[in-house]
Each structure stands twice: as C-alpha cells, then as structure tokens.
Design a binder for this molecule. Sequence first.
Ligand SMILES: C[S@@+](CC[C@H](N)C(=O)[O-])C[C@H]1O[C@@H](n2cnc3c(N)ncnc32)[C@H](O)[C@@H]1O
Length: 354
Amino acid sequence: MGYRYIGSKDKLSEIIISEILKIDKNAKHIIDLMAGTGLFSLALRENGFIVSALDVMTYSYHHLNFHLFMNCYPNFEGISHIKGIKKSNSLSNYELILNYLNELEPIKGYFYNEFSPEGKASNTTKARKYFTPENAAKIDSIRNEIKFLKGKNIITDKEHSLLIHDLIMATNDVANIAGTYGHYLSKFVKRSEVPVFLKPSRFSTSGSIEGHNVYLGYAEELSPSLSGDICYIDPPYIKRQYAANYHILETIAREDFPEAIGESGLRPWRDQYSNFCSKLKIRESFTKIIEGVNCKHILISYSEDGLIPINELTAFLSKFGKVSRKDIVYKRFKSNDSKKESKLHEYLIHVAKN
Ligand SMILES: C[S@@+](CC[C@H](N)C(=O)[O-])C[C@H]1O[C@@H](n2cnc3c(N)ncnc32)[C@H](O)[C@@H]1O
C-alpha cells in the first residue's frame, strides 16, 4: 500500500519546484514547514536544494531523517553486540539487522491487545481489527526490540530513524484500513493477511545530504528561528487532524504505550492538535508563521476542498504582501469507500512579503 497520506505532494513535486524556481531562480535554501511523509523534502534535496523541514508529528521527523540525511545505508556497527546476529560477507549489516528483526518471536503485547481481534482492547467492548493477531504480535516484538537497541545505544539516532521508517512502511502495507488509521475495516482485506515484513529501503543518491535541518514541533513556534530563500507551507486543509488519523504511526514513532481510547483506539492526540484544521484558528496561525519566518517569499499549497474558500484565503494573505496564484487540476485523495469524483483544484499561492 505504501503511504496513503492526506495531502501528500509526492505527485506534485515537479510543478511545485518549477514554481519555486519561477519565484527565485537562484533559490538555494527551502523551508518545508509541514513536511508530512518527507517525500517533497526529498524531491527538493534531489533537485539540489538545501532543506529545513519540520512537522508536528514524530513519524514525519523519522521519515525526514531518512530522506534528507541518507544516501546509502548506515554502518550499523553496533550489531556485533546483538546475540543472534552473525557477521556475514554477503549481507550488509543493514540487511542482517532487518533479517534479525523479521525473525523475532512474536509478542502478545500492546499492538496485539489494542489493535487485533484476539486482544483485550481497553475502553471498548469491541475488539479492534487494524491488524491480524499474527501481524500485531510481530509489530510488538519488532518495535520493542528497536526501542531496546536504541536504549542500549546499540544503534545510532540515524539508524534508529531508519528502522522506525522501515517499520512504519511495513505496517502501512498490512494495515486493515481504507486509507487512514481513523478507523479499521470490519473484515480483513487480503493485503492485511500477508505477514508483516521489513524490506530494505531504497536510498536516493541524488542531491547532497549535507546542510539540511530537521525539526519536530509546531511551525508557529519554530518559524521565527528559521530562515531561507522560500518558505513552502503545505497545511492541512480539512477538519481531519493528522494526529488522530495517523495515531498508530505516531505510536510506532514515539515507541510508547498510550491509553487507546474509544472504538478506534486513538492515542490522546490533543498535544499535536493543528490549528489549520479549524476555520476559526487558521488565520491566527498563518499570521504567526508568515510574520515569524525569516523569508521574503512564502509559497502555500491549498485545496478547493479547503476549510477557507480560496478567494477568502488570498484576500486574507494579501495583507502580508503581493499575492499571486497558480491553479493545478489534481487527482483527489480517495478512501476506498469514497464515491466522490476524482479531480479537484489545488492552488499554489505565492506571497512576496512587504
Ligand atoms: C498536507 S500534509 C503535508 C504533506 C507533505 N507535504 C507531504 O508531501 O507528505 C500537512 C502536514 O502538516 C502537519 N501539521 C499540521 N499542523 C502543523 C503545525 N501547526 N506545525 C507543523 N506541522 C503541522 C501535519 O502533521 C501534516 O503532516
């Protein structure tokens, strides 16, 4: 399944980068303020830019560490301390550690209990069906071991981010969901019955891995400490909070055991609430970011489906400087159960700050 991320700009990166170059053909340093999957940041790196990227979600932080700072697998030198791994001449340490994690004994732990039908889910009478019992127990053993290896300093921070990234990608492949983790499907789909398996990531060799910065936190708070040639903002445009819709990925990334609440088993997510999902708060947050960031040019992605109608948004943004807009016709993000038409307008709004 890969990553079905609401608002992902994976397929639009070429158009956005050409817009960036139209604004400033000498632009070098781009701020990617709501970086999500990190795939647009990677496209920037591959096109020769230096990137400062951030997001409020922890999974995004790990994806960004992988996409911006790696062009080949790390050494994993510490694995000589892991009993059960024997050095090999034919396999890299990265392949060895993935094999080791793939072969761990399943554990009937947090994921098994909260997110599989055989578990004892808290705060609901209905067992949740995000994963088959076998896959949930496997995810438990893999995530416990990654956490243990990091705690013992057997893996470095970057190696840790790579393994978390790999586990999230493997989890996405077998999750019994229709696009997001807002709820599980009532019957297991074929994909979810395949055993969960960590696959080696593909490392991009394009662009430099030097000079980038990755941050975890709110754009409103961090933007005053950021400077660049162009600040790209890709905010949520609908009411659905990412922290709620991707709660399971966040739990993998944070390596914790939060209380699972309600039928969907959401983690308490208010600490990652986004103002961009509230009609009332969007303007306040845009103001903080645009006034705060040390950048002449702001480029904003927004959608026809957005909480604020596009004309209202451009009128509001014009108080910060000269505004221009490019319209793109784009394929709509569709849940499997959605019957909506599949085209929508996506906008790129350029604000040249006063
Ligand atoms: C439309 S998605 C970005 C998608 C991204 N460009 C990609 O291609 O994957 C919006 C992102 O904004 C993040 N976000 C929402 N509010 C935020 C805030 N106030 N500060 C930082 N990140 C925020 C969400 O976590 C989400 O990842």
